[in-house]
Ligand binder design. Structure first.
Ligand code: ZN
Length: 156
């Protein structure tokens, strides 16, 4: 297990479309384990492959119980409603902005044992799924932000 470097905005790797995961092997498990460590250390809500320099369709997303769910080859198969809320990204440090997302989504994905799952999510979790899956298609929230990109306050 190790903490990997997080790719920052301006690096063209964040603009590329990722390819599906096809090899479910030890290399993939090590990558996912490292992503858990990296995300926990950064205290983020999600982390996608390209953010650690890997152009494959995989991500971690913080779910309702605040654990990180591994999603491999994920796809949003249904969405409903609309919400607007603040969003940030570990690849765009020190910034946040308001983004419209669906209120509810259904995501289909594989786990590391290659089993397929379908999961419904609402509110913050739905937002996190959308944000991470956008990364896999080379998109950042900054492209769809409503209004200005704001600075997070240094002091808490
Ligand atoms: Zn992000």
């Amino acid at each position: 297990m190790a903490i990997r470097n997080i790719v920052k905005v301006g690096d063209e790797i964040l603009t590329k479309k990722c390819r599906p995961v096809t090899d479910f092997n030890q290399r993939l498990f090590t990558l996912l384990d490292d992503m858990h460590d990296t995300l926990a250390a950064a205290e983020g809500a999600g982390l996608a492959g390209p953010q650690v320099g890997i152009l494959r369709r995989l991500a971690l997303v913080m779910v309702e119980d605040e654990s990180y769910l591994e999603i491999i080859n994920p796809e949003i198969v249904a969405s409903e409603g609309e919400q607007e809320g603040s969003e940030g990204c570990l690849s765009v440090p020190g910034k946040y902005g308001m983004v419209k997302r669906p209120m509810k989504v259904t995501v289909r994905y594989q786990d590391r044992e290659q089993n397929w799952h379908e999961r419904e999510a609402e509110g913050f979790t739905a937002r996190a799924f959308c944000h991470e899956i956008d990364h896999l298609d080379g998109h950042l929230y900054t492209e769809i932000v409503d209004g200005p990109l704001l600075d997070t306050e240094e002091a808490e």
